[in-house]
Design a protein around this ligand. Structure first.
Ligand code: ITT
Length: 202
């Protein structure tokens, strides 16, 4: 894929999924599968610095910069885990909390120690036109509890320690179809999916 901006080579039917996180990418592709637009991966060489101080700001930055760099429509997701007893940390720093998922989970469990386990996942989504203008934004949350030890092998990231009492499972123990329906990302996508075809064709 040509990653350079090229206004003569724009394909208005192409939507770039602006993430470098394979777990997130798989979930985003599933929500967008019925759209009838060609989904393209973000070229690996485009690396966006997340300088925003909110999930929404970072989602907009990623969508806008990837759209401009590729000359295509782009959709970005900025998400993370907010733990009540840690004042909302790691929050927008969830990806920067350690080098690997294992390190990130280990650090979170150490910092949380025996404190209250209440937490939520948060997801902000932004969609940008090829010129970088943000045309649609959405957010979703999913409440749960942080376990003392990881459970389950599905999903990605912090899923093995995020327990959802209503289903008595962690995100990593759920069938992917269930996480797909109830997660923070599900809420964020459900808000925008009905409007997407209209917005993308505008
Ligand atoms: P991109 O910015 O390229 O999309 P990223 O992994 O850096 O990839 P974020 O900055 O949004 O993405 O960081 C999100 C962090 O929160 C990252 O550590 C994820 O693993 C984690 N996370 C987000 N959604 C999650 C989910 O549904 N389940 C588990 N962990 C999740």
């Amino acid at each position: 894929m040509n990653s350079k901006s090229n206004s003569n080579n724009q394909n208005p039917k192409t939507l770039v999924v602006a993430t470098g996180n394979p777990g997130k990418l798989k979930e985003m592709q599933a929500y967008l599968a019925d759209l009838n637009w060609e989904l393209k991966l973000k070229p690996a060489e485009i690396d966006i610095e997340e300088t925003g101080d909110t999930f929404a700001a970072n989602a907009c930055l990623k969508a806008s910069q990837v759209a401009q760099a590729t000359g295509n429509w782009a959709i970005a997701d900025d998400s993370g885990l907010q733990v009540d007893a840690l004042g909302g940390a790691p929050g927008i720093y969830s990806a920067r909390y350690g080098k690997t998922d294992e390190e990130r989970i280990g650090r979170l469990l150490r910092e949380l120690s025996n404190k209250n386990r209440a937490a939520q996942f948060m997801c902000a989504i932004a969609i940008a036109r090829p010129d970088g203008t943000i045309v649609l934004q959405s957010q979703g949350t999913c409440r749960g509890e942080i376990l003392y030890t990881p459970r389950g092998t599905a999903g990605f990231g912090y899923d093995p320690i995020f327990y959802v009492p209503a289903y008595q499972m962690t995100f990593a123990e759920m069938p992917p179809e269930l996480k797909h329906k109830i997660s923070h990302r599900a809420q964020a996508f459900q808000n925008i999916l009905p409007q997407l075809p209209l917005v993308l064709n505008s």
